[in-house]
Design a protein around this ligand. Structure first.
Ligand code: NAP
Length: 332
């Protein structure tokens, strides 16, 4: 089969579509024929050698895939060759074939392209697990979502609106802010223009902020601790702005704050299965009836994976950037 291999390391590694061995498959696994995968920030780091896959996982890039079941191991129940599915994969999505645990599979809703399926697993399971399971978002609360125009952000806005929360976002340009408003965000702040925290404090008024989904990290920590209401939760999922900061622990103590960090990729398979299962039972029907929608910015052919990485790195995407492994990835 063919898969993407990273050559050269450094800031601009070459991502080449080359022949490689098929991934090994056990009796409890499913082999997917991959039609589409998607770019994640973690892929950008992994391609430069800065974010190695967990031991034992595929060294090939790609944390999610959509395609058809090609083979199901002897112990697998409930899935058969030809089923159209998408899933988080433990690496190996940038390839013609990927091996996945059957309980991670999600059936593609009727009428969906594989590109739509590839836009869901990483962004939506990250948004769901951190807003709902870790962050315990409740109706009527105010949630702040940074990078509202990111893959995770566009999923998180929709889930938070659906949960009945008041949703505030930050993003770096007017088109992205406008896209976030269209997805239902109530407060949208350009973080380049002024102190996001002052503008948010003004916009949020007395209700304050109950939950923050934070992918920025260090530079915002002091503001976050100041903004959060008593019993507020800060869920850290990334450190795009920086990884260190001084904490005034009095805020944490005095307001009974919780600071939580998670990495979906590093979770044990049992936890990923539990997250997938709960997400499927609570939300999957809402994709089928169009109340939730994956947001796709662009589709690149897999052979242009390097270009797709540069596009994401330059912060140009609103929603997900998809890699079409087969030309019919976008067919409905
Ligand atoms: N912990 C986990 O399990 C997990 C899983 C998936 C993703 N993540 C994290 O979630 C974040 C979003 O991921 P994604 O793949 O959805 O991202 P994405 O689609 O690549 O979008 C990221 C966006 O973040 C904004 N951004 C970049 N640097 C920033 C900074 N210093 N301050 C504020 N905004 C910045 C940019 O938009 P603007 O134009 O608005 O600046 C950029 O387009 C990343 O930090 C990623 O590492 C975490």
């Amino acid at each position: 089969m063919q898969a993407i291999h990273c050559h050269g390391g450094g800031k601009r590694p070459d991502l080449l579509w080359e022949a490689t061995a098929e991934p090994p498959m056990g009796n409890h696994d499913v082999m997917l024929e991959v039609f589409a995968t998607a770019v994640n920030r973690a892929d950008l780091l992994q391609a430069r050698g800065l974010y190695p896959p967990p031991p034992g996982d595929s060294p090939v890039l790609g944390l999610e895939a959509a395609g058809v079941v090609l083979k199901a191991g002897r112990q697998v129940r409930g899935w058969k060759p030809g089923d159209r599915v998408c899933a988080l994969v433990p690496g190996g999505g940038y390839a013609e074939r990927a091996v996945v645990h059957p309980e991670m599979l999600l059936p593609l809703p009727a009428g969906w392209s594989f590109a739509m399926g590839a836009a869901v697993p990483e962004a939506w399971l990250t948004a769901f697990s951190n807003l709902m399971l870790e962050g315990r978002l409740e109706a009527g609360e105010t949630v702040l979502i940074h990078a509202g125009g990111s893959g995770v952000g566009t999923a998180a806005i929709q889930l938070a609106v659906l949960a009945g929360a008041r949703v505030a976002v930050t993003a770096g340009s007017e088109p992205k802010l406008s896209g976030c408003r269209q997805l239902g965000a109530h407060i949208a702040i350009d973080y380049h223009a002024a102190s996001f925290a002052d503008r948010l404090a003004e916009a949020a008024g007395e209700k304050g902020v109950d939950l923050i989904l934070d992918c920025v990290g260090g530079p915002y920590l002091a503001d976050h601790l100041r903004l959060l209401n008593p019993d507020g939760r800060l869920v850290l999922i990334g450190v795009m702005g920086g990884r260190s900061a001084a904490i005034d622990l009095v805020h944490v103590l005095g307001k009974s704050l919780r600071i939580i960090g998670t990495r979906l990729r590093a979770r044990p398979t049992t936890e990923k299965i539990a997250i997938t299962r709960e997400f499927r039972s609570r939300f999957w029907h809402l994709f089928a009836d169009g109340r939730l929608n994956p947001v796709i910015d662009r589709v690149f052919p897999i052979t242009a994976a390097g270009e797709a990485h540069a596009y994401v790195e330059a912060n140009r995407n609103f929603g997900k950037v998809i890699l079409a492994v087969r030309p019919d990835a976008t067919a409905l």
